[in-house]
Design a protein around this ligand. Sequence first.
Ligand code: G6P
Length: 614
Amino acid sequence: MCGIVGYVGNRNAYDILIKGLHRLEYRGYDSAGVALVSPSGKLNVYKSRGKVSNLEDYCKDKDTTGGTGIAHTRWATHGEPSDRNAHPHFSEDEEIALVHNGTIENYKVLKDALIQNGCKFQSETDTEVLVQLIEYIRTHNDCSLLDAVKEALKQVVGAYAIAVIEKNNPDTIIAARKSSPLVIGIGEGEMFLASDATPIVEYTKDVVYVKDNEIAVVSKTEPLKLINLNNEETKVDVKTLQLSISQLEKGGYPHFMLKEIFEQPSTLRDCIRGRVTEEGKKIIISGVLDSKEKFLNAKRIIIVACGTSWHASLIGKYLIQDMCRIPVEVEYASEFRYSNPVLDDRDVVIAVSQSGETADTLAAIQMAHEAGAYVYGISNVVGSSIPRNTDSGTYIHVGPEIGVASTKAFTGQVMVLTLLAMAIAELKGSMPKEELDKIGEEILKIPEYVKQTLELNDQIERLSLIFTYAHNFLYLGRGYSYPVALEGALKLKEISYIHAEGYPAAEMKHGPIALIDAEMPTVIIAPNDHLYEKIVNNVQQVKARHGSVIAIVSEGDKEIKNIADHVIEVPDVPECLTPIITSVPLQLLSYYIAINKGKDVDMPRNLAKSVTVE
Ligand code: G6P
């Protein structure tokens, strides 16, 4: 979703900003823009619909000099994607320019008031209201930009990360945050700001994560200053980035998505490292021992998440229920927050989020806190909002995920949820120790099993050619394989734009079976588990209606091999670990189908990697 970059220093800001925008492309956007204060004191704003490369083309013959600037990738919310609605937005007098990530909920009221006071608007965005309001306050109160931003933000309802520059004060950017991410990088005689650390990491490892309701004075000449809306200085807490440039590059792969699929043996190894002892006999997962009583006394666990993370969470439900015998509910964060949930201090809420910034998940966490529940976070991005707003939690440690379609984060989330369930089960004594030890031993082999699964790449690529032009797909699974079916269908939809539906295999009889014919492929996830015989029946039911079946089975499978049209054999692992293995061929299948169709797999249309607005 929208991305912000800012630079103030002695280098050419434009180059840094454009590079930064490219780094943020993965978040998803539909237009881009840049504002620069030129050495001659002009404030130049250039913007363009479409890719950052369009903006670069547009800027070729423009004045892009200057050491201070802000830039933006926009994911449209208020107003269509267009040059006019793209950020930065100018104030009417063109004295200040602003970029914004988030939504201003009361923009209509503010806009009407400003129009009554004579302001003229250029765009349909909520953002322009903010820049006009700041400038109105600055000029009418004859105050500094910092004071004007502070006063304007007191009137704003909504979520924002903003950066504002001023023609007549070229060495400073004023930035602020509430519910949308903002990171500041501190260099020598220069500072950077961005929605995440990816545009900053090649210049400095010293960063400050701006907190809600903080305003930052980002200057070339002065140390970073943070104040709150009451004008009180707040602490500047400098952290060291644990991120490297190579993690942000494709490393020889044609797409980030393929790179990330193939990284899974090593990301899972990183995810397990230090958490499972050599023999698999001890599981150590941060936050669980410290909050032992909370988990042991939980009357219920509620997992809140969105998208792929919700699918991982559904697997988490099966795991925790099976291993810990604690009732678990899994909720879409966006539904949960408006469902008037019944919550109290005996509930444990687990928030699962790759980015750690999903607005709905953050809102769900806040509700849980207000109701007195204990909140545990599972996320990937170190320093993001969810880990900072939970009582305890852990990271999945799979490294930056750039492909919009989540792959390695999904398997990392499932792995962490498995380890979490095992750790609680051990504390609770809800599962025989020998059984836990056996799973622990197998977990240590998972990276190798995933590596073996990836050797099926060529087979899956060939298979994808047969199904590239299908209009619909059905994905079926039971038990642990049901969320895998949902995730497989989501992956295909997201990047190939083929309609795909994931369904519990037995529920097929209550609807989707009507769709089955020779034209519609059905992907059936049928590893060696306690529901195997049941799913054999479901395969028969599809075949009896001349459906074409692609089955994911365990090595050594006997029955489905003889009935399905196409079989992908993956390593045979304990039932609770099957999702990590069976999801991998589905990732590859979606990838190759999308590639065959010529789609942009890393940046699928309309999608955003980090959904920072409701
Ligand atoms: C977006 C992304 C998905 C992701 C979902 C939840 O829709 O495109 O890949 O699963 O948001 O994001 P989170 O960062 O909270 O896991």
